[in-house]
Design a protein around this ligand. Structure first.
Ligand code: G
Ligand code: G
Ligand code: MN
Ligand code: NA
Length: 247
């Protein structure tokens, strides 16, 4: 209750920030993931794993989502060669005005949607939902890349990969964290990479914390990685420096 009021106020004050975690193709930085950040005045940093669901429950996810999108669109101008991934929650996607709001923001801020990836969790696609299909097709039609976050944890049938316009699969860190020793996880990752290739989708692994994990992923055919090993979430300022070290 109290936290809900504080979140409402933080959104009013524009106090929700965004950190960016680099994404790599082998050793080259190719993109970032935008991650919402909130530092509470008494409680300190609160994880989006806590406040995003809270925002969903109290009807604030639309406002939160649009603020994150606005930050990401704006900050993206500072690194024109990087792609930018943005998390979108199920509840947010289901809001009737979501597509129109995103479209208006694209026009207002004059960004090119093809630089942006919308990360959605598998759960969103489990149901054979005509409205969700239409929503994702509209966003895809605008040029956004659609990426499946936490892939492999949703217990869903794979048939959704045909029904929905999916461009990219993000291998969940629960597989990655068992590398390099766990053979099963390695084989599952190999299978996911083959699945992605067969369906002409890109693939990236998240939660890469060690060099040994990175090497196993490359051996599995997954050259794109994100994780603490190569880069933590950081301020836009730092990403700008990494993106153009000479400047
Ligand atoms: O940044 P961190 O790893 O603590 O994120 C924890 C969780 O919060 C992750 O599941 C991530 O997808 C989610 N998250 C981070 N930023 C956002 C956001 O802007 N919107 C939504 N819906 N979820 C986010
Ligand atoms: O669910 P999603 O992929 O959006 O989660 C992003 C979250 O993962 C962020 O909160 C980020 O801080 C966290 N994260 C990023 N890299 C790593 C990593 O290497 N290990 C772990 N454990 N978490 C990570
Ligand atoms: Mn994500
Ligand atoms: Na994830």
């Amino acid at each position: 209750r109290a936290l809900e009021q504080d979140l409402r106020q933080a959104l009013r004050d524009g106090a929700i920030g965004v950190a960016y975690q680099p994404q790599f193709d082998r050793d080259r930085m190719v993109g970032v993931e935008a991650l919402a950040r909130w530092t509470h005045k008494d409680l300190g940093p609160i994880s989006p794993a806590v406040f995003a669901p809270l925002a969903e429950d109290c009807g604030l996810i639309g406002i939160l989502g649009m603020q994150v999108l606005r930050h990401a669109f704006n900050d993206s101008r500072r690194w024109p060669d990087l792609r930018v991934a943005i998390n979108v929650s199920a509840r947010q996607l289901q809001m009737p005005d979501f597509v129109a709001s995103v479209h208006d923001l694209v026009v207002e801020m004059q960004v090119d949607p093809s630089r942006f990836e919308l990360e959605i969790t598998e759960g969103v696609l489990v149901a054979n939902n005509q409205e969700m299909q239409t929503t994702l097709q509209s966003l895809h039609g605008m040029g956004f890349t659609i990426a499946i976050d936490d892939f492999g944890t949703g217990y869903s049938s794979l048939s959704y990969l045909q029904r929905f316009p999916v461009d990219k699969i993000k291998i969940d860190r629960s597989f990655v964290c068992k590398l390099p020793d766990d053979r099963q996880s390695f084989l599952i990752i190999c299978a996911i990479v083959h699945l992605a290739q067969a369906l002409d989708m890109a693939v990236i692994a998240e939660g890469v914390e060690t060099e040994a994990q990175q090497q196993m992923l490359i051996r599995a055919g997954c050259t794109r990685t994100q994780g603490f090993f190569k880069g933590r979430p950081m301020a836009a300022e730092l990403i700008a420096h990494l993106a153009s070290p000479a400047a």
